[in-house]
Every structure is written in structure tokens, then in C-alpha cells.
Design a protein around this ligand. Structure first.
Ligand SMILES: [Zn+2]
Length: 86
């Protein structure tokens, strides 16, 4: 069961307790379950190591109500629902 950041929705492996981006405690389930985002429907938006940039983009998507997902690996991969981009 991955742990989720209630702020940015990033998934962390067990062992992580805080989101490194938002500095908030991770939760097993988001308080308000968001509609399941199908990976296939997501468009790649951004990949990089710049966390500030990633947070900026995440906040932007949240403000606009666009479903998005951040994956943490060596880089951070940000994707969002393609039909909401324009
Ligand atoms: Zn976060």
C-alpha cells in the first residue's frame, strides 16, 4: 500500500512518513478520494529534478482542478489528464 501526500498526491513507498515536497505527513488514503486517474489518459507534462518547479506546476493544476499525478523516481514525473490541458 503506497503512502500518499494529501497535498500534492505524490506516492511514496512504505518507510516514508513525510512528503519531501510539502513537508506534510503522508496518509494511506486521501481524505477525499479523487476519481481514479487512468494512466493511459495522462499526458506527460514535465520531468525533472527541480522540486520547486514541480510544486509550482502541481499547485497550478490543483488551482485549475486538473487531475494530475506525480511519480517519484530519480526524476519527478508529472502527468495530467490530457483533455483538460487546453
Ligand atoms: Zn506533497
Amino acid at each position: 500500500m503506497p503512502y500518499l501526500c494529501p497535498e500534492c498526491g505524490a506516492e511514496y513507498r512504505p518507510g516514508f512518513t513525510h512528503c519531501t515536497d510539502c513537508d506534510v505527513v503522508l496518509v494511506a488514503e486521501l481524505p477525499k478520494p479523487e476519481p481514479d486517474i487512468d494512466r493511459a489518459d495522462l499526458s506527460h507534462v514535465w520531468t525533472g529534478k527541480d522540486q520547486d518547479r514541480c510544486i509550482e506546476l502541481c499547485k497550478d493544476f490543483r488551482a485549475k482542478g486538473i487531475p494530475f499525478k506525480v511519480e517519484q523516481s530519480r526524476h519527478q514525473l508529472l502527468t495530467c489528464a490530457s483533455d483538460t490541458l487546453n
